[in-house]
Design a binder for this molecule. Structure first.
Ligand code: F6R
Length: 615
């Protein structure tokens, strides 16, 4: 939620105009929030910061204000996903102190802002916005009178903040520095030659810097064009960072649209390559084997996540049940307080999070850890908070995902979790070695299977989407292993095409939901090649069709059973374990093309942000 970027440079040392570099970075952060945006800079010799900001999309604001043309070599910028205060010009970041000598950008929520604001108003500070963020520059201003040192005032301010924050601050007092602090909201540094960046995410500066330091909770400090200083706020001492500098291998194409109309369709098409990378990661080190050992030793296993990642976690719980006969409790991360009560030493929690920063998942992790449980993370972002705080980190290695709707990261989570479940089932005796090898062989073949699937299904999905785009409600039904896929299909459609979509176990639809079905109502059946095939096609499909529903199936049918469906999105026949790998892609395409047919931007769904760092 919200993207921040800052750049400080020696004049003349940057490959492009500094404000243009920041503007480009801001555009790459737009997936984090896009209801308003702004830029603050310190023009050479100025005694005030210059702030340009407003409500609207970054491109529109660029036309209005010329973000990319501001003067100065020390610049911070922000793209907002509103929490406190409506998206308005005034509430947009950056925010300043009374004397406009400093500007800050913030991602997160300051929980104690009401008390702080009152205290500051009583001391005569004048607030102009409704945001929680605005207390920060005023508090620093207040402390600066006392300490006469901007960094000390900044540090002391951060110490009183409660909640989550990633902050970047510029001040005319020390005009070549950007001060930063992080707690429970992501923040990274990008190192250049004669310039340095601070940002919410790596793609923001990837065009200009591949040397990255991922900041940790309670770290504060500053960058100058040639230096980095990091301190641990809790220990009150500086932190060595040279061993933490990582070189990022992603190409800028990974974080660009590369000729596609949207990131989402590019990322759907990238899935075969992403799966290849996941497989290389799985077979390239022994962390999956270590995870199996931890799981074999567990009294109880839980899996938690949010949104799409939860669907992957739910799939894992079904696999463990079916392949190994081992129950795994899946729960939605924001409900952790219900489940953590029963957690104890000997339990294992698996946390699935592509970003590794989702606050609900992080809170679940911390609650279980506190009770002595061991935690295994599955994430796409190396060094992010969730893998860092876990006992063992597994990675999907799908590359950066910029589209707000998760696509390639879901498929790679499914592959990684299938691998984990099969390895566990083999080790615990649920699968023989030939059975396990058979499934692993198909998992290894999944990049090829998905490449072929794209050409098999794209046109059909596109045609169906034209029709779907005129509908207002859709059901996604399945049984067993197909259910997480149905849930994922429904989530994709509602989040980017704004069509009401619900997923149900097909058998459950008779117990209420079928009341909504009338002539022409679309029902999408996810049809896995498992034992439930006949129940689905001869039972549930017929029930729906008898009420006028149009039955669409994602299926690999070569038999007469296929005739039961009105429209088939064909997928290759594989072992049932691979169902999410084969059946999800057609549903992603339907969501994408339906959104496009409705004239919507699938990369920027309303009200959503890619990483949810508020509870
Ligand atoms: C849906 C989507 C979200 C995320 C959820 C969890 O397309 O992207 O539902 O899956 O916010 O995010 P991570 O996986 O980063 O924890």
């Amino acid at each position: 939620m919200c993207g921040i970027i800052g750049l400080t440079c020696i004049p003349g040392s940057t490959p492009d105009r500094p404000s243009l570099m920041v503007y480009r970075g801001l555009l790459r952060l737009e997936y984090r929030g896009y209801d308003s945006a702004g830029v603050a800079s310190i023009p050479t010799g100025s005694s005030k910061v210059v702030v340009l900001k407003g409500k609207g999309k970054i491109i529109e604001l660029e036309k209005k204000y010329g973000f990319s043309k501001v003067d100065g070599c020390t610049i911070v910028a922000h793209t907002r996903w509103a929490t406190h205060g409506a998206p308005t010009d005034i509430n947009a970041h950056p925010h300043t102190d009374c004397s406009t000598t400093m500007a800050i950008v913030h991602n997160g929520i300051i929980q104690n802002y009401r008390e702080l604001r009152k205290e500051l108003v009583d001391k005569g500070h004048v607030f102009v916005s409704e945001t929680d963020t605005e207390v920060v520059p005023h508090f620093i201003e207040e402390l600066y009178y006392k300490y006469k040192d901007i960094y000390s005032a900044f540090k002391k301010t951060v110490e009183v903040l409660e909640g989550s924050y990633a902050i970047a601050l510029i001040s005319v007092v020390e005009p070549d520095k950007i001060f930063f602090a992080r707690k429970d909201s992501p923040l990274v540094l990008g190192l250049g030659n004669g310039f340095n960046f601070v940002a919410s995410d790596i793609p923001a500066f990837l065009e200009y810097s591949r040397k990255v330091i991922v900041l940790r909770d309670y770290e504060v400090g500053y960058i100058t064009p040639i230096n980095v200083f990091i301190e641990d706020l809790r220990k009150n001492r500086s932190v060595g960072y040279t061993h933490r500098v990582r070189f990022i291998e992603w190409s800028i194409e990974d974080a660009s649209k590369g000729g596609y109309a949207h990131f989402m369709i590019k990322e759907i098409f990238e899935q075969p390559r992403a799966l290849k990378n996941t497989l290389q990661g799985i077979e390239g080190d022994n962390s999956f084997q270590k995870a199996v050992e931890i799981l074999l030793d567990a009294d109880r296993i839980y899996v938690t996540a949010a949104g799409t990642s939860y669907h992957a976690g739910f799939y894992y719980s079904l696999l463990m049940q079916e392949l190994a006969g081992t129950p795994v409790v899946p729960f939605i991360a924001s409900e952790h307080y219900v489940y953590e009560r029963a957690a104890s030493e000997g339990d294992v929690l698996i946390v699935v999070s592509q970003s590794g920063e989702t606050i609900d998942s992080l809170m679940a992790l911390r609650a279980f850890k506190e009770r002595g449980a061991r935690v295994i993370a599955l994430s796409n972002v190396i060094d992010s908070a969730i893998p860092r705080e876990s006992h063992l980190a597994l990675y999907t290695r799908a590359g950066p995902e910029i589209g707000v709707a998760a696509t390639k990261t879901f498929i790679t989570q499914a592959l990684a979790l299938a691998w984990l479940a099969v390895s566990y089932a083999l080790a615990s005796g649920g699968l023989s070695s030939s059975e396990a090898e058979g499934i692993r062989g198909e998992l290894r073949d999944s990049p090829r299977i998905l490449s072929e699937l794209i050409s098999l299904v794209e046109e059909k999905a596109k045609m169906l989407s034209e029709w779907m785009s005129r509908k207002s409600s859709v059901y996604y039904l399945s049984r067993g292993i197909g259910l997480p896929v149905a849930m994922e299909g429904a989530l994709k459609l509602k989040e980017i095409a704004y069509i009401h979509a619900e997923a149900y176990p097909a058998g459950e639809s008779k117990h209420g939901p079928i009341a909504l079905v009338s002539e022409g109502f679309p029902v999408i059946f996810v049809v896995p090649t498992d034992n439930y095939l006949e129940k689905l096609l001869l039972g549930n499909v017929q029930e729906m069709k008898a009420r006028g529903a149009v039955a669409i199936g994602v299926a690999s049918l070569k038999t007469s059973l296929g005739d039961q469906l009105d429209y088939v999105l064909p997928v290759p026949r594989t072992h049932w374990v691979l169902t999410p790998l084969t059946h999800t892609l057609p549903l992603q395409l339907i969501a994408y093309y339906t959104a496009v047919a409705r004239g919507l931007d699938p990369d920027k769904p309303r009200n959503l942000a890619k990483t949810v760092t508020v509870e």
